[in-house]
Write a protein that binds this ligand. Structure first.
Ligand code: G3P
Ligand code: CA
Length: 223
């Protein structure tokens, strides 16, 4: 069962920072997941729509210029990364799952993903995922070769239909809703099932026994 470092090694380093990704690589994570949002004039790697929880800034990410966001402290002196910095750091070291948060990310992210695929990233090392079906549809139309992941709270008919519609290779589902039927349904839709967020060894063991393909974890040393 694949382990995906959720927001990097986020139990040990500030989430969604290059330090968290470096730590994940050092711990042997085969994949790293980070969150991507649009700001006023670009894209940044951050989970929340607002700055308060993870940085020393204030207010919504969406309205802020990139230069101002890059001047903030995202924890332990780390900067808010750019998606390109994440790809550069991970290249040849681990796979990267970029989760698109919020509207308007796909058109801004597509050139970077296109360049990555043209520049030697294989489909086995790159995944773009989202809870937002319109973002995934946009990416599928723009980048037919790009591996996609449909995020969902539960693997129901709608999620499977969404996965089929964009030829997704992964369904990402919330831990509390995963059972044998969810695994069967995801596989029936032609997808691997990755589960978020798994921080306890007994949960990981249960999921492995069910045939789950991957787990997003903050705690690489536990799971
Ligand atoms: O991609 C799986 C997981 O990261 C989705 O939830 O809120 O941690 O981005 P969240
Ligand atoms: Ca995420």
């Amino acid at each position: 069962m694949l382990r995906i470092a959720h927001r990097g090694a986020s139990f040990e380093a500030p989430e969604n920072t290059l330090a968290a990704i470096r730590r994940a690589i050092a711990l042997g994570a085969p994949w790293v997941e980070v969150d991507v949002q649009a700001c006023a004039d670009g894209l940044v790697v951050i989970h929340d729509e607002t700055l308060e929880r993870t940085t020393n800034g204030h207010g919504p990410v969406a309205g802020q210029p990139l230069a101002a966001l890059r001047a903030l402290d995202a924890g332990h002196g780390e900067r808010i990364p750019l998606p390109q910095e994440v790809l550069d750091l991970c290249r040849g070291r681990c796979g990267v799952n970029l989760e698109l948060k919020g509207p308007g990310v796909a058109p801004l992210l597509a050139p970077l993903l296109r360049e990555a695929l043209a520049g030697g990233w294989s489909g086995r090392e790159l995944l773009a995922s989202s809870f937002e079906r319109t973002q995934l549809a946009w990416l599928r139309a723009a980048l037919p070769q790009l591996p996609l992941g449909v995020l969902t709270e539960r693997v129901d008919e709608r999620a499977c239909a969404a996965a089929r519609a964009v030829q997704a290779g992964v369904i990402g589902c919330a831990l509390e809703n995963v059972d044998a039927a969810a695994v069967t349904a995801a596989h029936g839709a032609g997808c691997r099932l990755w589960v978020f967020t798994v921080n306890a060894a007994d949960d990981a063991a249960r999921l492995a026994a069910l045939g789950v393909d991957g787990v997003f974890t903050d705690r690489l040393q536990t799971v």
